[in-house]
Design a protein around this ligand. Sequence first.
Ligand code: 0A1
Ligand code: ZN
Length: 883
Amino acid sequence: MDIARTPATPDGNPEMADAAVEPKAPPEIRREDYAPFPWLVPTIRMEFDLGLEKTRVRTTMDVERNPAADASPTIRLNGDGLQPVSLTCDGGDCAGHMMDGDDLVITLEGDRHTIEIVTEIDPSGNSQLMGLYASGGMLCTQCEAEGFRRIAFFPDRPDVLSTYTVRMSGPKAQFPVLLCNGNRTGEGEGGDTHWAEWHDPWPKPSYLFALVAGDLVARTDSFTTMGGREVELNVWVREGDLDRTEHAMESLKRSMKWDEEIFGREYDLDLFNIVAVSDFNMGAMENKGLNIFNTKYVLADPDTATDGDYDGIEGVIGHEYFHNWSGNRITCRDWFQLSLKEGFTVLRDQLFSADMGSAPVKRIEDVRVLRGVQFPEDSGPLAHPIRPDSYREISNFYTSTVYNKGAEVIRMMRSMAGEELFRKGTDLYFDRHDGEAATCEDFVKAIEDGTGLDLVRFRRWYAQAGTPKVVLKLEHEGETAKIRLAQTVPATPGQPVKEPMPIPLKLALFDRSTGKHGGEELVVLGEESAEFAFDGFAEKPVLSINRTFSAPVSIERAVPREDLVFLAARDDDPFARYEAMQELMTGYLVAAVSGDLGENEREAARADIARALEAVIEDDRLDDLMRGELMMMPSHSYIAEQMLVAEPGRIHAEREALKADLGARLASPFHALYDRAAKIEFSLGAEAKGARKVKTLILGYAAASDPAKAVELAAWQYDRADNMTDRQGALMVLAGLDSVERTDKLLDFYNRYRGNALVIDKWFALQASSLHPQVIEHVKALSEHADFTLKNPNRVRSLYMAFAANPHGFHAADGEGYDLIADLILELDPINAQTAARSVPPLGRWRRIEPGRARLMREALDRIAAAPRLSRDTFEQVTRSLG
Ligand code: 0A1
Ligand code: ZN
């Protein structure tokens, strides 16, 4: 992708809006410029003559004037790097046509025409992995958001819906399996080639088109829908991977059943195919009837996949399947509405995973991701509302804000309405907009009409970026407890002034002596500030606030440590209990890093934390999955987020010191817990999973307090492991400790799993995220390893993204970590711009880092910005980051 291409002219296409930008900048596309496309394309026929180096595509589309749009004498067909090999209109010459930048603009005189265009592409030369590309000898596609235009000239925008008929032909031996969206309607062969024809009866935008051709095998099963439709299910993989597909298939069947029961959504084709590919920019893609997945979210067995991998597969399979309704049957009008499908689908996959496993633990995990990734995004230079107002490259907006905050915003509506009314709202949404390209406003209106909620002010959550801060004061007078709340929404790029947003907060007031509360309440802070009074409290109660994390806000309050210890021990909302433990540790760490604590205060705080943690270890009402959550220390990034300007070195040192202190104080209860957990035999059930979780957490504490003991125990855990969770957990701890065992076990791991790409990814990631003092040298050496390649996004992420998320290495005081990432971005950008651009945000945090490092981070960004030919993706992220 070359940013130096000619800006195109306006033609009813929102992308053509603004060419008045600095010469080097790609045009900014604005939400307010949306206009419907002047033409409808009700049907399209595509014929693919498939080859790895050359694929020929004949596209025939019927176009007719769109009565809902302004008339245009031309039709603009988007292309990206294409040339028309041939072009006809109604079987003859076109009245006129020209290339405008990468687009093909054709003059059309009548109201209906048939346009036929032939294009040729080289899938094996497509390292961007957008459009049609080759991956390990097979061919596959990725069209969201704007990949279709790399295959064929077409109005590549989500509001142009067409019915597709696709014929694929190619060498039988090379591509024995030919798959496309919808149902197969014909097949045949002649000589060495064969063909298949597919028809998808559901009109769809081009971003949902998909095709796969390759030497694949399937695990096949079936599902009978609530309406009695028998659906054939296939999970397609390479031959050697078939025995690692059971969990994916079971997850798919569970997703289908769950969506019927919880949202009343039934599947609508006779066939559902999933294909796993090893070169993929993202997690997976919801193409109609033909989901394409990163192998990471399909393949699992106990020897090669961790418990986290199993959960990830279930969640992503669910996510893509749920898109069939929230995304495919109802799609987006334009890309500014991305959260319409993504926020809602993330909420649906979160609720699904919660129902399949431990709901409280799932909620805690989701909040951890939100606070670890989205909160920093919302407080940095890349902050944007869940419905952005402008972009230069839409790929940069597949963000935690659009996905995770988007889900939280819908979750708040659900909390305010209650589950039953919320379902009425979603039913109305699905009924009202089925078959349409809809907007976020359509969604909110349907929820409003279906639930009876007044969401006028609530809509601000779609328009305003930034994490609201709620300052809370609890007062007690006579028998009354008063809660005063005041909100501010911080200024973000382009949005200096904000309006207050309705914030639903679940709370409970505990009686100190009985340890009980009189029922959970939901209060909504609808204004800038409000006061809520509660009677019947002879003494000041203990306040549990934002239970279940009912609103994605940060709460600022002065809370006595004894209240946090109280809540950590007995809050009946597991999330609030987790939160109290986190607050205890975060409060201490922030104060310690800021140098606000004397030795006595340090000692008192550490002793309280240790007591609270010991109570968690010994509380036999807890299962180990939840116990593990309560034992976890707040992440470096979460601690940094609490500080206006962070000193990464000090945060790291204080966090490790607290870990060491707790490890030493609690050596004996940790030991007893480890022993108990180590006796539990492997299974995929919750008990055994919980046992694995606490074991590795204990190893982490030991690594800080007694490294020699930790090496011994981790080596023992590694050697006797009969599953990847135990093995990886042990190796993660060893990777951070200089020892003979470290070298031995890393080598053993590599040899044991050599050739298994997903496990070798873990081997790279473990070393890149380690606490080892020489982590930068290790990463440099690994980048030269024979198994390392910039061509495979999983491999790049496993080395460099793991490293950029490792504060201890990335924030090395001399800036070497920043240089490493800048070098990567520059080298990767021409190969895979999307993946390169995703490495920019860690450098963009410079405003929140102490001045010495901030300068070095800026220098690294400047160096990238100065490169002569940056992709649109990286250009946009770097310029926004420099701000
Ligand atoms: N819609 C997909 C995410 C996705 C977006 C862009 C891609 O292009 C590389 C791939 C996948 C989802 O939400 O799962
Ligand atoms: Zn999605």
